[in-house]
Design a protein around this ligand. Structure first.
Ligand SMILES: [Zn+2]
Length: 306
């Protein structure tokens, strides 16, 4: 059977799957990343996982797609920098892997891969123009226009977590202040909780705690989550006005607080966006969860091989 391999190289695990060209997940496997053991060791773990999938499938894939967080220099497959791997500076991951594998291979930003995955088998099926926002520790973003990822000139496009919400707001790792990520990611929600409950510290409160407090009716926790929703709505309004896309897919762990987020998101879009642009906007939850990146990486690999 013709298949490709999709991989998601995360900070904790390397997850991979063999996926048929029709989109059936044939086999899934994972391995600990072991970031602290260094670049060479992580690269070897990637190779081990790919080889174990090939052994299981008893045949070679038509190609391999690999999703990694960070700035990927387009077709070259060079990882310019990655938040998960501090020692991957201008690291030619593609060539390094290809030397050992002798397979067609591509490297893609993990959020872009997830956006493609949701478009192939998930919430954005059949949709040619959409944005994905993944609300995890930070916020990942992917912009798909006319069926293709918009990567930008340097491969840096789609950093939707860094849309500005409060010009003088919380300091962000990107160098700016008040980015969406500082308010609507898990880390952002923790920061809001520490502001709301000054006795709490980073060690003893998580975004999940805030969610559970909200479920018990705690008004401050509900306020924090609806504020996160408002920030998302403000950011999506910019995307609606700039791109005039119809569909926005929201994934990641924080999307679990959907019931608290979706009202404020819609309200902000409705009050802020251009009328014509906002009329047909659809906000959906992501469908594939952690598999989105793997599925998308496999799909990109299939597209390239065909
Ligand atoms: Zn930022």
């Amino acid at each position: 059977m013709k298949y490709s391999i999709g991989l998601d190289v995360g900070g904790t695990n390397i997850r991979g799957a063999a996926i048929s060209i029709k989109g059936e997940i044939l086999f899934k496997s994972k391995l600990a990343t072991n970031v602290s053991s260094g670049r060479e060791s992580v690269t070897n773990n990637i190779l081990t996982l790919i080889n174990s999938i090939i052994t299981h499938m008893k045949s070679s894939p038509i190609s391999v797609g690999i999703g990694v967080a960070g700035l990927i220099r387009g077709e070259t497959g060079i990882v310019s920098e990655s938040p998960n791997f501090p020692d991957w500076i201008e690291y030619d991951l593609k060539t390094t892997l290809q030397t050992s594998l002798n397979l067609d291979l591509l490297v893609e930003n993990d959020a872009n891969a997830a956006a493609v995955g949701e478009g192939w088998l998930g919430s954005a099926k059949e949709e040619k123009n959409y944005c994905l926002l993944t609300l995890g520790t930070g916020i990942g973003g992917g912009v798909v226009l006319g069926g293709n990822i918009w990567r930008g000139v340097d491969g840096m496009a789609g950093e939707l977590g860094h849309i500005n919400i409060y010009p003088e707001g919380r300091k962000c790792g990107c160098g700016n202040r008040g980015c969406l990520e500082q308010y609507a990611s898990a880390q952002g929600i923790v920061k809001s909780a520490i502001e709301a409950f000054p006795s709490k510290t980073l060690d003893n409160i998580s975004a999940k705690d805030v969610f559970e407090m909200a479920q018990k009716g705690d008004s401050a926790a509900i306020h924090i989550l609806s504020d996160a929703g408002r920030s998302l709505g403000i950011a999506i309004t910019d995307l609606v006005n700039i791109l005039n896309v119809r569909m926005f897919i929201i994934g990641g762990g924080v999307a679990g607080a959907w019931d608290y987020l979706i009202g404020p998101i819609k309200e902000e879009i409705f009050t802020r966006a251009y009328k014509v642009n906002r009329e047909n906007v659809v906000i959906k939850r992501a469908l594939l969860g952690d598999d989105a990146g793997i599925v998308g990486a496999a799909r990109l690999a299939i597209d390239r091989a065909e």
